[in-house]
Design a protein around this ligand. Structure first.
Ligand SMILES: *[C@@H]1O[C@H](CO)[C@@H](O)[C@H](O)[C@H]1NC(C)=O
Ligand SMILES: *[C@@H]1O[C@H](CO)[C@@H](O)[C@H](O)[C@H]1NC(C)=O
Ligand SMILES: *[C@@H]1O[C@H](CO)[C@@H](O)[C@H](O)[C@H]1NC(C)=O
Ligand SMILES: *[C@@H]1O[C@H](CO)[C@@H](O)[C@H](O)[C@H]1NC(C)=O
Ligand SMILES: *[C@@H]1O[C@H](CO)[C@@H](O)[C@H](O)[C@H]1NC(C)=O
Length: 278
C-alpha cells in the first residue's frame, strides 16, 4: 500500500503533516458528521466538538476512528448494531484507506461516490442488509486489496471492471442476490503467465456461492438458465412426440373402427361367401 505522500518531496510531506495536524480537515468533518446523522446507534464520543477536530496528529478520541498525519485514514465500526444508510458524504473522508462497517444492520445502496476514495485498500461491508447494485465505479479505487460484501441483499451483475483491480487479494460477494455471469478476470483461471488475468483471476467458488442466479466458472455454467433451456427443448420434443403418438393411435383407432364397421356387414357377406355355390 503506497500512499501518494511517499512520492512527494520530503519537505512538502513535512509541511503537509504540520499543516494538517494543526488544522482540522473540513472534508473529514463533513464525512464524520454525515456518518453520525445517517447511523442510528450509540457511537462513543461521536459529537460535534470531536468532528471539528477528529484527529490529534495520529490519535482520535472518536470510537472506531484511526488517524494518520491529522487525517482520518481508518474507520472500523464492525458489530455495533448500526442501522441506516451509508451516506454518499463518506467519500469526503478523502484519505480513507480502510472502511469496515461489517456485521451491522445497514440498509440501502452502496453509494457510487465511494469511488472518490482513491486511497481505499480495504472495503468490508459484509453482513449487513445492503441492497442495489455493486457500483462499477469502485474499479477506480486502484489500491483496493479487499472487497468483502458477503451476506447482504445486493442484486444485479458483478461489474466486469472489478476484474481490472490488480491488487485485489480478497473478493467475497457470496450470499447475496446477484445474477449474471461471473467476470472472467475474477474467476480462478489459469491464464498465460504475465497476463493481468494471471494475477487477478484467483477467486474460487467460495467467493461467489449463495447467489441463485450467478453462473459461470468457478460456479456451474448457466445455472438455472441452462436447465430452463433444456427444459424448453425437452418440453418441445416431448410434446411433439406425444402429439405424434396421439395422432398415430387416433389413426389406428379410426382404422380399427372403420375396419370393424366394414367387417360387421361383411360377416354376413363372409357367411354368404362360405355358403356353397349352387
Ligand atoms: C472519549 O474521549 C475522551 C477524552 O475526551 C477519552 O478519554 C476517551 O477515551 C474517548 N473514548 C473513546 C471510546 O475513544
Ligand atoms: C462530499 O461528498 C459529496 C457526496 O459524494 C460530494 O458531492 C461533494 O462534492 C463532496 N465534497 C467535497 C468537498 O469533496
Ligand atoms: C470483514 O468483516 C467480517 C466481520 O466483521 C470478518 O469476519 C471478515 O473476516 C472481514 N473480511 C476480511 C476480508 O477481512
Ligand atoms: C478458496 O480460496 C480461499 C482463499 O482465497 C481458500 O481459503 C479456500 O480454501 C478455497 N476453497 C476451495 C474450495 O478451494
Ligand atoms: C485454481 O485453479 C487451479 C487449477 O486450474 C487449481 O490448481 C487451484 O487450486 C485453484 N485455486 C483455488 C484457490 O481454488
Amino acid at each position: 500500500m503506497s500512499r501518494p505522500t511517499q512520492h512527494l518531496p520530503l519537505f512538502a510531506a513535512a509541511a503537509a503533516i504540520l499543516l494538517l495536524s494543526s488544522a482540522a480537515d473540513p472534508d473529514d468533518e463533513r464525512c464524520l458528521s454525515s456518518l453520525h446523522d445517517s447511523f442510528s446507534g450509540g457511537l462513543r464520543n461521536w459529537t460535534k466538538a470531536f468532528f471539528a477536530a477528529p484527529c490529534e496528529g495520529f490519535i482520535s478520541h472518536l470510537q472506531g476512528v484511526t488517524c494518520n498525519n491529522g487525517r482520518v485514514y481508518k474507520l472500523s465500526l464492525p458489530g455495533l448494531a448500526l442501522a441506516g444508510a451509508i451516506p454518499p458524504e463518506l467519500s469526503n473522508c478523502t484519505n480513507l484507506q480502510s472502511l469496515d462497517l461489517s456485521s451491522n444492520a445497514l440498509s440501502g445502496p452502496i453509494p457510487p461516490d465511494l469511488s472518490a476514495l482513491l486511497n481505499l485498500a480495504v472495503l468490508n461491508l459484509s453482513a449487513n442488509r445492503l441492497s442495489g447494485a455493486i457500483p462499477r465505479d469502485l474499479a477506480s479505487c486502484a489500491y483496493l486489496n479487499v472487497i468483502d460484501l458477503h451476506s447482504n441483499q445486493l442484486t444485479g451483475p458483478i461489474p466486469d471492471e472489478l476484474g481490472l483491480l490488480v491488487r485485489l487479494s480478497t473478493f467475497d460477494v457470496s450470499y447475496n442476490r446477484l445474477s449474471g455471469p461471473i467476470p472472467v478476470l475474477l474467476a480462478n483461471r489459469s491464464a498465460a503467465p504475465g497476463a493481468a488475468a494471471a494475477r487477478t483471476g484467483r477467486f474460487n467458488a467460495s467467493s461467489f456461492v449463495g447467489n441463485k442466479d450467478l453462473y459461470g466458472y468457478p460456479l456451474p455454467p448457466m445455472r438455472g438458465h441452462g436447465l430452463s433451456v433444456l427444459a424448453i427443448v425437452g418440453i418441445g420434443l416431448g410434446s411433439g412426440l406425444l402429439s405424434l403418438i396421439l395422432s398415430f393411435s387416433a389413426v389406428c383407432l379410426w382404422l380399427r373402427a372403420t375396419d370393424r364397421t366394414a367387417t360387421m356387414p361383411g360377416e354376413e357377406g363372409k357367411i354368404s361367401h362360405l355358403m356353397p355355390d349352387y
